[in-house]
Design a protein around this ligand. Structure first.
Ligand code: AHG
Ligand code: MN
Ligand code: MN
Length: 371
């Protein structure tokens, strides 16, 4: 289709809204503000070393001097410069418009209330400003992930200040979710609960154009993604699944599998949306204090909504991610998503872990990943 005939993100949102004549337009305006933040981040990412954008963010002393040590976020992880810059871009693009009651981010310990000089709105925005940020310095794809929730009614009616608890909503209550991928092209992938649509940034116009209408995840796949360096910490169901994939044509699956690991979950999610696959960052025993690697509210929930809207599936191994009731803002969770039939198979393995170990004496002997 000629570029000029493709609809822009703005057009797409307006056409979607016509189906809800009573909608105020706040939601569309919010999505466009998020898209603007993503465009700004895309530019910063693209400048890389030229924009002095690589490397760690160096913490400053109270006097404002560089301390020399990398700044550590609430997750206990070193912050990259671009983590901090991207977080700032999300805040600046979204705080003023009057659509939000508050924001929460991977890079901020506490929720960000809307400053008093700006009007408040009826939505909450939760985001991972830059996912896969360990890849920045090696010029591999990174992205931003976001989730839009409704603010509790009393924050709207009485102007009550938002709290951490206001964000602890199950993923099934998300109004919309999406991500931007800063890869060879910049893309915005969005669901407002009516399927999943992909927009490619036209660098000439600075506009997102609809290029991938109603994306569907194939139900079957021969590709999986997992950080295999953690294999000795995996639980039995995951070991079993990966062993069976590795056994390929000669094993119970009767077909060969391919493996990928980018270490940018958002890039893996995009690959899976485009051609199928399964992604696993399961619970493991590496650090018993952490029930998973990825965070529920701004990584797992939005990607889970996108997967489910595209006909895929997202699970903790035991339950649908979207059904999990969050307990903490920065809660981690085991996360398995992608092609429906594979995710369901992994869930079945979680229901019968001991059956596999007890009935399969070969497991311990044959496992390529045995302890
Ligand atoms: P973030 O950069 O936002 O902290 O997230 C990184 C996440 C995710 O994108 C990726 O899948 C995973 O961490 C990589 O984990 P490993 O370092 O274990 O490969
Ligand atoms: Mn992340
Ligand atoms: Mn991040």
């Amino acid at each position: 289709m000629p570029l000029s005939q493709r609809s822009t993100l703005t057009q797409f949102l307006i056409e979607e809204r016509r189906r809800f004549p009573s909608a105020s337009g706040d939601f569309n305006a919010l999505v466009l503000d998020v898209a603007l933040a993503c465009k700004a981040i895309a530019r910063s990412v693209a400048f890389g070393a030229l924009g002095d954008m690589l490397g760690n963010y160096v913490a400053r002393t109270a006097a404002g001097e560089e301390s020399g040590a990398a700044s550590i976020n609430v997750q206990g992880e070193e912050q990259k410069k671009l983590d901090v810059v991207s977080n700032e871009m999300f805040i600046r693009a979204n705080e003023w418009g009057g659509h939000l009651a508050g924001m929460a981010s991977e890079e901020m310990e506490e929720p960000y209330p809307i400053p008093p000089q700006y009007p408040r709105g009826k939505y909450l925005l939760v985001f991972d400003p830059l996912d896969g940020s360990s890849n920045i310095d090696v010029n591999v794809s990174v992205g931003s992930i976001f989730s839009i929730l409704r603010a509790p009614q009393d924050t709207i009616d009485s102007g009550r200040e938002i709290t951490r608890e206001d964000f602890l909503q199950p993923g099934a209550q998300q109004m919309a979710a999406g991500y931007a991928l800063y890869g060879p092209t910049t893309m915005l992938v969005l669901t407002v609960g009516t399927g999943v649509h992909g927009f490619t940034l036209d660098p000439n116009l600075g506009e997102f154009k609809l290029t991938h209408h109603n994306i569907r995840v194939p139900a079957d796949t021969q590709e999986f993604a997992i950080n295999a360096s953690n294999s000795r910490f995996w639980e039995a169901p995951v070991k079993r699944y990966v062993d069976e994939c590795l056994a390929g044509r000669t094993g119970v699956r009767g077909k060969d599998f391919n493996m990928r690991w980018i270490a940018s979950m958002v890039a893996e999610a995009h690959r899976i949306l485009m051609r199928g696959g399964v992604f696993m960052y399961p619970r493991d025993t590496k650090d018993p204090g952490k029930p998973g690697r990825l965070r529920l509210l701004y990584e797992a929930n939005p990607i889970a909504m996108i997967m489910e809207q595209a006909g895929g599936r997202a699970s903790t191994g035991h339950a649908p991610v979207l059904a999990v009731r969050p307990k903490e803002l920065h809660q981690r969770i085991p996360f398995i998503f992608g092609s429906r039939n594979e995710v369901e198979r992994i869930e079945r393995y979680h229901q019968e872990p001991s059956a596999y170990l007890d009935n399969n004496p070969l497991f311990a002997e044959r496992s390529l990943f045995r302890d």
